[in-house]
Design a protein around this ligand. Structure first.
Ligand code: GUN
Length: 308
């Protein structure tokens, strides 16, 4: 098998999903409906600003509308909550997304709990979480939904497999575990207190790394032939780390010289790829799928709200 046969090309799959959304948006437009996503960005986090920019841009590219509401980090809880309530009431708004993390001191759940569940395109409202737990998903978190979509489209056999999810966040790890369970995998969730992490991970046919630690998953965590999905994204700005993680990789070295940083995941890609059956790269793996699934959720919310 060549290296490129092994790569799970999230960027290509995300492109296919976006084209499907574009076609459905065009047919909705004929009925006079244009889905609209409103994104709330509080504070100055540079990474959040980049993500929000890509979300808005992708909406517009696919023929949907998007508004970004930028609030300074000094905004108080009540002002954010008032904005969410206003967006809930606005009949032109189909999707409401509050970019996370919110500034320190703000109560995230109090804000997320206010979002109209029918407009909750992040799938984080307890109503939508509950529906997912019960196996009747409506709006579900975009990153794990993108992972499932990729596995299905790439013909990865999840049914009956051993799946291990490393990470238990509300936005990725927990919903990922539930979605894999609903696809009939036998699922284990690992986290920072798991004993013998490598031993548990080596049981996986499908290993999902969503732990937020640079290159934590090495070859000692991987059974030969396993499918590896890397949800982590880290900006590496230190030359020694780039050289350690990507020895002899000219492309990464050039990117580092040009931009002063490269992206890397929770998986030590260079050492794990030769052992893996299939593996997602970073960048170009799960990241583009997340935005593509946000577009799917926005379209779905619009169709459900407007009876389409
Ligand atoms: N911050 C990082 N990823 C996400 C996401 O998927 N949704 C929101 N709301 N915030 C994020």
């Amino acid at each position: 098998m060549t290296d490129s046969d092994r790569l799970l090309d999230g960027a290509r799959i995300a492109g296919e999903i976006r084209e499907e959304v574009r076609a459905r948006v065009a047919s909705l437009a004929e009925a006079g409906v244009t889905p609209r996503l409103d994104v709330v960005l509080v504070g100055e986090d540079p990474a959040s600003r980049v993500y929000v920019g890509s979300k808005a841009k992708t909406c517009v590219e696919l023929g949907m509308l998007s508004r970004t509401h930028e609030l300074p980090a000094t905004t108080n809880q009540a002002e954010v909550e008032d904005l969410v309530k206003r967006l809930n009431r606005d009949p032109d708004v189909d999707g409401v997304l509050v970019q996370l993390p919110l500034p320190r001191g703000m109560e995230t759940h109090a804000v997320l709990d206010l979002i109209d569940p029918g407009k909750d395109v992040d799938g984080l409202h307890p109503h939508n979480v509950g529906l997912l737990v019960q196996g009747r998903p409506r709006l579900v978190p975009c990153t794990p939904a993108g992972v499932i979509e990729m596995l299905q489209r790439e013909g990865v056999e999840v049914k009956g497999s051993r799946a291990v999810v490393v990470g238990r966040s509300e936005i990725v790890g927990k919903p990922m575990a539930l979605m894999l369970l609903h696809q009939h995998a036998t699922v284990t969730v690992c986290h920072s207190r798991t004993r013998d992490l490598a031993g548990v991970c080596r049981e996986a046919d499908v290993l999902i790394a969503a732990v937020g630690q640079l290159a934590l998953i090495g070859p000692e965590h991987v059974r030969e032939g396993a499918v590896i999905v890397d949800v982590g994204t880290h900006r590496v700005t230190d030359r020694a780390t780039v050289e350690r993680l990507f020895p002899g990789n000219e492309r990464k070295r050039k990117t580092f010289e040009k931009r002063g940083a490269v992206l890397a995941g929770d998986v030590d890609f260079e050492r794990v790829a030769p052992v893996a059956g299939k593996i997602t790269p970073v960048p170009g793996g799960v990241g583009p799928l997340t935005i593509a699934m946000l577009m799917v959720n926005t379209l779905r919310a619009a169709q459900a709200r407007r009876g389409g």
